[in-house]
Design a protein around this ligand. Sequence first.
Ligand code: NDP
Length: 277
Amino acid sequence: MTELKKYFAVIGNPIHHSLSPQIHSAFAKEAGLHINYEAVLSPLDEFKNTIHKLIEKKLSGANVTLPFKKEAYELASQHSSHAKIAEAVNTLEFKDDQIIGHNTDGIGLVRDLEQNLNVDLKSKKILLIGAGGAAEGVIYSILEKEPSELTLTNRTIKKSNVIQNKMEMHAKSFNMNLNVIEITKLPHQYFDLIINATSAGINNTELGIDHKVFHDSSLAYDMMYDKKTSFIREAQSQGSKTSDGLGMLVEQAAEAFFIWHQIKPKTKSLIKSLREL
Ligand code: NDP
C-alpha cells in the first residue's frame, strides 16, 4: 500500500511570490519525508473558510503570511508563548481537533543573526525600525538575548509606544533597556545592529532615516529579501555591513518544520542556493 503523503500549505494574499513550498520541499527531501506542500491564495475576507476547507482535505500544518497572521492568532485554540506575546501566528499545527498557533519569526531572525551571520546580540545596541506584525513578532526574541539597549522607532511613533508598553508587561524578567525614539532624532545615537522591519522597500519608498545612523562597524539587516532596498543601499554607502532577510525566512521555516516533524533541517546550504537563484 502506498504511504499517504502528509499535506501542508502556506496561505496568504498575494502568495505567488512565496518561497515556502520550495524551502519545505527541500527540507523534506533532505529528511527523507514525502510531503505535499502547496501555496494557497485565500480571498482577503475568507481566511477562516480557506483553513476549514483545507482541514477537510486533511491539512497537517500551515504557514500563514501577510495579511492573515492576526486572523490565524484568533483562529488558533492554543498558542505558543511567542505567539501569545506577538498576538500573531505564522505557523499552524492541526492536532487532535486542536489548532495550535506558533510564531517562529523571532526565532528565525535570531538564528540567522547568531548562527549564520555570527552576531552575538548580548550587550549590543540595537535599533528596530517598524512597528507592524514583523517587528512585533521578533521583539521578544531579541529581548531574550539581553541586548544592552533596544531602541524602537517607526513612522507612526505611537505604535512603537504600544509595543514598548506591551514588552514592559511581558518581558519583566529580562534586564531590559527599551527606548522609543522619533526617526528624526536617531542620528545622534550609535547602534551595533539596525534592523529594518518595515515594508517601505516593497514600494521602493525611502524610510526617511538620516544616513548618519549607519557606521562602518554596524550591521544593517533588512527583513525584506527579494530586492536591494534603499535602506541597504544607504547603509552600504556609509560602509556598514548588510544582510537581507533570506536567512530569517529559511530559519523561521526550519523552526516550523521542526514543530511539524520533530526534525531540525540544515539551513546554510539552502540559504546559499536560494541566494544564488
Ligand atoms: P506591516 O504592514 O504589519 O507593517 C509595516 C511597517 O512598515 C509599519 O511599521 C509601517 O509604518 C512601516 N512602513 C511602511 N511603509 C513605510 C514607509 N514608506 N516609510 C516608513 N515606514 C513605513 O508589515 P509586516 O510588519 O508584516 O512586514 C514588514 C516587512 O518585513 C515586509 O517587508 C515583510 O516582507 C518582511 N518580513 C520578512 C520576514 C522574513 O522571514 N524575512 C518575515 C516577516 C516579515 P506605519 O506604522 O507608520 O504604517
